[in-house]
Design a protein around this ligand. Structure first.
Ligand SMILES: C[S@@+](CC[C@H](N)C(=O)[O-])C[C@H]1O[C@@H](n2cnc3c(N)ncnc32)[C@H](O)[C@@H]1O
Length: 265
């Protein structure tokens, strides 16, 4: 156990577990520096393609532009990217939709530090702001954003139903919620078998080897434990979302769930 001093000296020390909970922000702090490289290697470069699919699914106005007179034409959507990590999806949204402003939220200060460095380098720091936070208790007001996303993040949230209810709450009526998550392909066939081999044996070993961190073993078990797409879509419905599309990507290795806040929620 680690003891952490509280701000008020009269209060007792907070006792925190020395081993970060699996999937928590603290766990991601440990792998933040190598996360992007590992992502590209382990997904064989597909992760960025999947993020671009999310952006297309959101249907944001990609023609919004600032005129020479400094005025905007086109829509200026406000987007929330939950579990933003090192910010790749937030960056993709801001790039594809020049009128958008994006808030990237994540509990891992280490992942957000990497994200901030990328935003500064790309000149996007004015349009993407980063906040430390938890998907289960979003700081946004009701209906505050036009769209919300969570990519490879819902798997890590202890109470997924609560996180989905929060997404339904903060998105305006008619706005879009997009969840991207990995799956273990359960069907028969050569590709599904190869994908299972990749998840069970290659990801944990190569991840541990390249990152020097045991945390990559968690990835394999969390993907295997994630519900099948039809069951996760049911959880979305039960959490105040109307599911518009469930799209398997790359033979079902990854699934894109597109939804909107349910009218009767
Ligand atoms: C696999 S990374 C995904 C990062 C990013 N969305 C991407 O596309 O690469 C998972 C992220 O979920 C975050 N996370 C863990 N628990 C969370 C929670 N309760 N609420 C929000 N994010 C959480 C982690 O800190 C981590 O940055």
């Amino acid at each position: 156990m680690t003891q952490i001093a509280t701000e008020d000296p009269k209060l007792p020390m907070v006792v925190a577990p020395a081993i970060p909970a699996l999937g928590s922000g603290q766990m991601f702090d440990k792998i933040a520096a190598r996360y992007d490289t590992l992502n590209r290697v382990l997904s064989l470069g597909l992760d960025q393609r999947w993020r671009r699919r999310v952006v297309r699914a959101l249907g944001l106005d990609t023609n919004s532009r600032k005129t020479k007179q400094g005025q905007w034409y086109g829509e200026r959507p406000r987007v929330l990217d939950v579990a933003t990590g090192t910010g790749d999806l937030a960056i993709e949204i801001a790039r594809s939709c020049p009128g958008s402003t994006v808030v990237g939220l994540d509990p891992s200060a280490g992942m957000l530090a990497v994200a901030q460095h990328k935003l500064d380098k790309r000149g996007l720091a004015e349009r993407i702001s980063l906040v430390v936070g938890d998907a289960q208790a979003l700081p946004q007001a009701n209906c505050e954003v036009d769209a919300a996303t969570i990519a490879f993040g819902i798997r890590n949230v202890p109470d997924r139903g609560q996180a989905l209810r929060e997404l339904a709450r903060v998105v305006r009526p008619g706005g879009r919620v997009c969840v991207l998550e990995l799956n273990e392909p359960r069907n028969k066939g050569l590709f599904a078998a190869a994908a299972r081999l990749h998840t069970h044996h290659i990801v944990p070993r190569v991840g541990a080897w390249l990152s020097g961190a045991r945390e990559y073993r968690y990835l394999q078990s969390s993907v295997a434990a994630f519900p099948a797409p039809a069951d996760f879509a049911d959880l979305m419905r039960a959490s105040g979302l109307e599911v518009l599309e469930v799209t398997p990507l790359t033979f079902g290795v990854c699934t894109l769930y597109l939804a909107t806040p349910a009218e009767d929620a």
